[in-house]
Ligand binder design. Structure first.
Ligand code: TRP
Length: 457
């Protein structure tokens, strides 16, 4: 009844899975998004809610998502159909897979544009544009990029082509080796940046902003944004991790893998925050500067530190790689489905998916210039039109909804014996803790945060 291998291939070891899943989790979400939404939402209290959400909602749902994938061994759509059938449940559970494919397209559409910014900045770093940058000139540099739709489109196109090429060859070839080198390197560079922040003043202001909670700054919008980001940063709720779980050998421990992935992901985000906020305060920048925050702050650091040309170039190149290993996981479910159900060759499936994602990305390209408009979300002003809309729709609503559905399926609609068999934790306290989290805590938390955000609480 349940397959032991996937037709798309398998990870060779548990470590390969951990590296691939970490590659998916660690990306723009950690280095670009976490700092800017933390800045927009007042710092410490937001960070605390985010960490709570990662541990109480993210970890149990990640375990569930990997488990479902490994049991189904197919694209999320077919995995959910197979599992629903095996558990004698209604076929509508496959909607988790469909919703995930749509969310994946929407997310990659803007993810690719932002990754394009990182490519552009790698070249600027190399060309010496960061030398003696100040808060003011950093803004000019950034504005010249985002104000020019043709340039944004060119970088977006390059990133989408890169992603399509890798995905057409299968997610396993090269991914493991790439992440093995990349993660330590990214880590090392973040440490260099934190070191710079430490010596260049205002480090304590940065730390205080990040870690001292001011609950007065915690709006309903901030809470749902923190929860949404917990899903986003762990790649949860749309089937990316389910897909990676489907390539996981039967003997590997899901619990331990999950904890390692979540810890590494959180560490990278916190390091990025510790590098960025001291620079914000030392250079008269606004913590709430929005999506440009990383691109306004780190170039100042690189432009003023010894070896900045090398470090700056290396940093943005690594950021592009981190985005790359995340982007492929966003469209792998769609590609796998086309291969399974339409009989497409992998290359053809990848090209079709790549083209759709590229076209959708044009909405984001124009969000920062010609099509820019503002609106209010939960009392906060958003100024980047369709980009903000798509980001809020996916991260704050679609991913938590997908995760909620996975939690309900795993906690209430799968036989206890099935989950016990797959998680292989026995009957012990670890399994019972997971079961309480997945049946009660995680679903309730998601629903309460939703109600709170729409003003029902
Ligand atoms: N987690 C990645 C990041 O932080 C982005 C990402 C990759 C993602 N795959 C995903 C987000 C699936 C949501 C769902 O950059």
């Amino acid at each position: 009844m349940v397959a032991t291998t996937s037709i798309h291939g398998m990870w060779t070891t548990r470590l390969a899975f951990i590296l691939a899943a970490t590659g998916s989790a660690v990306g723009l979400g950690n280095v670009w998004k976490f700092p800017y939404i933390t800045g927009e939402n007042g710092g410490g209290a937001f960070v605390l809610v985010y960490i709570l959400c990662v541990s109480m909602i993210g970890i149990p749902i990640m375990m569930a998502e990997i488990m479902l994938g490994r049991r189904g061994r197919q694209s999320p759509i077919n995995t959910m159909r197979t599992l629903a059938h095996a558990e004698d449940r209604h076929g509508f559970w496959q909607l988790i897979g469909w919703g995930g494919v749509i969310a994946g397209f929407l997310i990659i559409s803007y993810y690719s544009v932002i990754a394009g910014w990182a490519i552009a900045y790698a070249f600027r770093a190399l060309g010496g544009s960061f030398t003696s940058l100040t808060g003011e000139t950093a803004k000019d540099l950034f504005g010249a990029l985002t104000g020019d739709p043709e340039r944004l489109l060119a970088w977006h196109t390059i990133f989408m082509v890169m992603t399509t090429i890798v995905i057409s060859r299968g997610v396993r070839s090269g991914l493991e080796q790439a992440v093995r080198v990349l993660m330590p390197a990214l880590f090392g560079l973040l440490l260099v940046l934190v070191g710079y922040a430490l010596t260049s003043g205002n480090f304590m202001d940065g730390l205080r902003f990040l870690f001292v909670p001011d609950f007065g700054a915690l709006s309903a919008g901030a809470i749902i944004t923190a929860m949404g980001h917990a899903f986003f940063t762990l790649s949860l709720g749309m089937g990316a991790i389910m897909m990676y779980g489907s390539y996981l050998p039967a003997s590997a421990s899901i619990t331990r893998s999950t904890i390692i992935i979540a810890l590494m992901d959180t560490l990278v985000a916190l390091l990025a925050g510790m590098a960025i906020f001291p620079i914000v305060f030392a250079n008269g920048l606004e913590p709430g500067a929005g999506p440009g925050l990383v691109f306004l702050t780190l170039p100042i650091a690189f432009g003023n530190m010894p070896g900045g040309l090398l470090f700056g170039t290396l940093f943005f190149v690594l950021l592009v790689f981190a985005a790359w290993t995340s982007a492929i996981s966003l469209i792998e479910p769609a590609v796998a489905w086309l291969v399974e159900n339409q009989g497409f060759a992998r290359v053809r499936a990848s090209v079709y998916v790549g083209i759709v994602a590229w076209l959708l990305g044009i909405m984001t390209v124009l969000s920062f210039n010609d099509w820019a408009f503002s609106f209010d979300f939960a009392g906060e002003a958003k100024t980047n039109g369709v980009f903000d809309l798509v980001d809020i729709l996916t991260a704050n609503f679609m991913l938590p909804l997908g995760g909620l559905a996975m939690a309900l399926f795993a906690g209430w609609f799968m036989a206890r014996a099935s989950t016990q068999d797959e998680l292989a934790l026995g009957q012990g306290p670890a399994y019972r803790l997971w079961r309480v989290l997945i049946r009660y805590i995680a679903p309730l938390a998601v629903v309460l945060v939703f109600f709170n955000a729409v003003g029902l609480l």
